[in-house]
Design a protein around this ligand. Structure first.
Ligand code: GAL
Length: 672
C-alpha cells in the first residue's frame, strides 16, 4: 500500500496508523521494561503515551527533578522502534503540593475541600499549581524536546474529568478578574446579570463570588458566567503548558485527551488551542445502543477541528473498573469499536493502558498486557491481531470523513438550558441531540457537528436539536443557510434568550420567528410519563410527543402536524417554512425517524450505500482515495453490495460485487 500521506497528526513523523496505549513504567521494576518493549513490538505498537501520572516521580520534592529513569525508558522505547507522546505529567500534582500549599486544593460549592490521595486535586485557577506545572513542563521540554522517540506532547489528562469547577477563594478572585475583563464596569455586570431581581445588586467587586451553595437558585447570569469562567480557567492551564511547548519545541504537536460531548468544557474553544484532537471512548458493552453514542462522540471530536484526523487516545481492551458492574467487551467488540473510530476519522487507536496495574485503584481495569499468562489471554490475541491489521492500512491515513448533514451544538447554550428554574428541569441537551443523532444514524447518514455562528454552506441538512440561547449572528447564519437551499430542523425551546440568559422579547423565539414562520405563545411542559398524540394533516394520530409542548401560532409557516388532544388540540406541533422545520415537542422514536427520513429526502442526504440499521457504513476520502468502512454490530451475516472494482483491505474477499460481513464483523474497502 502506498505510504504517500503520512498522518498529519504527528507532522508526518509516523507513516502508519497509530497503535499503542498509555505506558506507566514507573509502576514496574526496570526488568519489566525490557519485556514491555519486546511485547510492544509483538503487538504492532508504534506509539505509547508516557508519564501521564509521573509528577511525583519526576519531581519528588519541589524543584528537584529526577529524570534518570525517564531517560532510560525513552531510550529503551526508541531502541525498540516505539514513538512516544510524552505527557506533561501535570494531571495529578504530588502530595507535597497539597501539604505545602493547601490553598491549591479545589473546593466544592458547599465548601468541601477535595484532598490529595486520589488524583487531579488542584484548583484550576491556583497560581501555585500553574507555576509548578509550567516549571515542570519547561524542564521536560528542555530535556526531551529533541529526544528521537518523542513525536508529540500529551498535555495534562482529561482536563476537568474530576474537577471541572472550583468555588474556593482563589477561584473567587480569579472569577472576579475574569468578570472585570468581560464587563469592565460593575454597572455592566449588574445589568447583564439582572441583579435588580431579588436585591442582588453589587456595589463593590469584592462582593462578587462564585455561585456557592445559596438558600435558593443563585442568579442565572452569575451561574452561566461561572460555567464560562470554569471552562476558560482549565483552558488557561492547557494553554500555559502549550505555550511553553510551542516556544521550546515548535515542531512537536500538542494534544490532550477530550471526552466526547463533555458538558463542562466548551470544546469548540479548546480544540482551537490544540494541534490535533484526541479522545477517550468508553461505551458500555452492556448497553446494546452504546456504539451509536460512541459514534456520536467520535463525530463530534472529528468536527471540533473541522474534520481533521484525530486520535483515539484511550479505550479499554476489555473492561473498565469504574462502573457499578463492569461488563467486558465481547469477542470482536474491541476490534469493531476500534474500526469505528477509524471510520469516523481517527488516524490511530490507543488503549488505557499497556500493562495492567498491580496496585492502585485501576488494577481491575483491563489492559493490553493482562496480569496472567499471555498464551492464555483472549485480550492479548485480539490486541496483536488488531495491531497486525492496522499496519496494513496506511491508505486510510489523512483521509477525511464525508458528511453532508450536521448537528449544531453550543456549550454556553447547553449550560444556560440546564440551569435550574426552567419550565421543565428535564430538558437535557444531550438527550435531544441523542434523539436526532440516533434517527440520522438509523438512516445511515454520517453527521458532522457544527458550532453556533458557523458557515453552514457545505451541508445540505442541518439539525438544531435545541438552541435555547441564540445570538444574532447564529440566527443570520441559519437564515442564509435556508435561503441558500439548505434544509434546517429546529427543536423546541430554541431562540429563547440572549448571551446573558435574558429573554428575547417580542414573542418566542424572537430571533428565529422570521426564519421559522412561527410565534410561540407559551410553553406547556408535559408531566412525567404524559404523552400527547400528533396528527399529520387529517390523518389519524401517527406520532406522540412527550416532555414538552408549546402553544404555537403559524406566522407564515405551513402546519405539518397538529396536537391531537388536550388543551392544544388542533394547534400546530410541527411546522415548515420553506426549508425551515420546527418541532415543538419531543417526538417518539418512530415519529422522529419519519421526520428525519423526510428531511433527508428533501435535502438529498443519504448514507454511502443501503445497509441494515445495525450496520454502519462510513466513507473516508482524500487524495484520490475513497475508503469504505462497514461495521456489523448485529449478530447476522450480512451481504453488502459494494460495486465493482472494490479492493477489500480488511474482511472477507468480495464475491463479485458483494462482500459478506460476518456477525460482528468489519470490512474496510478501497473504492478508488
Ligand atoms: C480515563 C483516564 C485514564 C484512566 C481511564 C480508565 O478517564 O484518562 O487515566 O483512568 O479513564 O478507564
Amino acid at each position: 500500500m502506498s505510504v504517500d500521506m503520512p498522518s498529519p497528526l504527528l507532522g508526518g513523523r509516523l507513516p502508519h496508523l497509530l497503535y499503542g496505549g498509555d505506558y506507566n513504567p514507573e509502576q514496574w521494576p526496570e526488568e519489566v521494561w525490557a519485556e514491555d518493549v519486546v511485547l510492544m513490538r509483538e503487538a504492532g505498537v508504534n506509539l505509547v503515551c508516557v508519564g501521564i501520572f509521573s509528577w511525583a516521580r519526576l519531581e519528588p520534592t519541589p524543584g528537584t527533578f529526577e529524570f534518570g529513569w525517564l531517560d532510560r525508558v525513552l531510550d529503551l522505547l526508541h531502541g525498540g522502534g516505539m514513538s512516544v507522546a510524552l505527557a506533561t505529567a501535570t494531571a495529578s500534582p504530588p502530595p507535597w503540593m497539597a501539604h505545602r500549599h493547601p490553598e491549591s486544593l479545589p473546593q466544592l460549592a458547599d465548601g468541601t475541600r477535595l484532598w490529595q490521595g486520589g488524583r487531579q486535586q488542584y484548583c484550576p485557577s491556583s497560581p501555585v499549581y500553574r507555576e509548578h506545572a509550567v516549571r515542570l513542563v519547561e524542564a521536560l521540554a528542555r530535556r526531551y524536546g529533541d529526544h528521537p522517540a518523542v513525536v508529540a506532547w500529551h498535555a495534562g489528562n482529561e482536563y476537568g474529568c474530576h474537577v471541572p469547577a472550583c468555588w474556593c477563594d482563589v477561584s473567587a478572585a480569579a472569577f472576579r478578574n475574569w468578570l472585570r475583563a468581560r464587563y469592565q464596569t460593575l454597572e455592566e455586570l449588574n445589568r447583564s446579570w439582572g441583579t435588580d431581581f431579588w436585591s442582588q445588586r453589587y456595589g463593590d467587586w469584592e462582593e462578587v463570588i462564585p455561585p456557592r451553595t445559596a438558600p435558593t437558585y443563585p442568579n442565572p447570569g452569575q451561574q452561566l458566567d461561572f460555567r464560562r469562567f470554569c471552562s476558560d480557567a482549565l483552558l488557561e492551564c492547557l494553554t500555559a503548558e502549550r505555550d511553553v511547548l510551542h516556544r521550546l519545541t515548535p515542531e512537536l504537536p500538542v494534544t490532550t485527551n477530550l471526552m466526547g460531548p463533555y458538558e463542562h468544557l466548551d470544546y469548540w474553544r479548546w480544540a482551537e488551542e490544540l494541534d490535533f484532537c484526541s479522545h477517550d471512548s468508553y461505551p458500555d458493552p452492556a448497553d446494546p445502543g452504546s456504539y451509536v453514542d460512541a459514534a456520536m462522540a467520535q463525530d463530534l471530536i472529528r468536527s471540533l477541528r473541522g474534520g481533521d484526523p484525530w486520535l483515539l487516545m484511550e479505550q479499554t481492551p476489555g473492561r473498565v473498573n469504574w462502573r457499578r458492574r463492569n461488563v467486558a467487551k465481547r469477542p470482536g467488540m474491541m476490534r469493531r469499536w476500534s474500526y469505528q473510530a477509524l471510520a469516523r476519522g481517527a488516524d490511530g487507536t490507543l488503549f488505557f493502558q499497556w500493562r495492567a496495574s498491580r496496585a492502585g485503584a485501576e488494577k481491575f481495569h483491563s489492559a493490553m498486557v493482562p496480569h496472567g499468562p499471555l498464551d492464555r489471554s483472549r485480550t492479548w490475541d485480539e490486541v496483536r491481531q488488531l495491531g497486525s491489521e492496522l499496519s496494513g492500512l496506511d491508505a486510510v491515513i489523512g483521509t477525511r470523513v464525508e458528511a453532508t448533514a450536521a448537528i449544531l451544538v453550543d456549550w454556553p447554550s447547553w449550560w444556560a438550558l440546564e440551569l435550574p428554574s426552567k419550565p421543565s428541569g428535564d430538558v437535557r441537551l444531550l438527550e435531544q441531540i441523542g434523539d436526532w443523532y440516533r434517527a440520522l444514524h438509523r438512516c445511515g447518514v454520517t453527521v458532522d457537528f457544527v458550532r453556533a455562528g458557523a458557515d453552514l454552506s457545505r451541508y445540505a441538512l442541518v439539525v438544531v436539536p435545541n438552541l435555547y440561547m441564540v445570538e444574532r449572528e447564529t440566527a443570520t447564519r441559519l437564515e442564509s443557510f435556508v435561503e441558500g437551499g439548505g434544509t434546517l430542523a429546529v427543536g423546541f425551546f430554541s431562540g429563547i434568550v440572549d448571551g446573558f440568559d435574558q429573554i428575547h422579547l417580542g414573542g418566542y423565539p424572537a430571533p428565529l420567528r422570521r426564519l421559522l414562520g412561527v410565534m410561540v405563545e407559551d410553553f406547556r411542559p408535559l408531566a412525567e410519563g404524559e404523552q400527547v398524540g400528533l396528527r399529520f394533516g387529517d390523518g389519524p394520530v401517527a406520532a406522540t410527543g412527550s416532555l414538552w409542548s408549546e402553544i404555537v401560532h403559524a406566522d407564515g409557516a405551513d402546519v405539518l402536524a397538529t396536537y391531537a388532544e388536550g388543551e392544544l388540540a388542533g394547534l400546530p406541533a410541527i411546522t415548515r417554512r420553506g426549508g425551515a422545520y420546527y418541532v415543538s415537542t419531543r417526538l417518539d422514536e418512530g415519529g422522529l425517524l419519519g421526520m428525519v427520513l423526510a428531511l433527508c429526502e428533501r435535502a438529498g442526504v443519504r448514507g454511502p450505500l443501503p445497509v441494515p440499521p445495525e450496520v454502519e457504513a462510513v466513507v473516508r476520502s482524500g487524495e484520490g482515495r475513497r475508503i469504505l468502512f462497514l461495521l456489523n454490530h448485529g449478530g447476522a451475516e450480512t451481504p453488502v453490495a459494494v460495486g465493482e472494482g472494490a479492493e477489500v483491505l480488511i474482511g472477507t474477499p468480495a464475491d463479485g460485487e458483494t462482500i459478506t460481513l460476518e456477525p460482528g464483523g468489519v470490512s474496510v474497502i478501497r473504492l478508488t
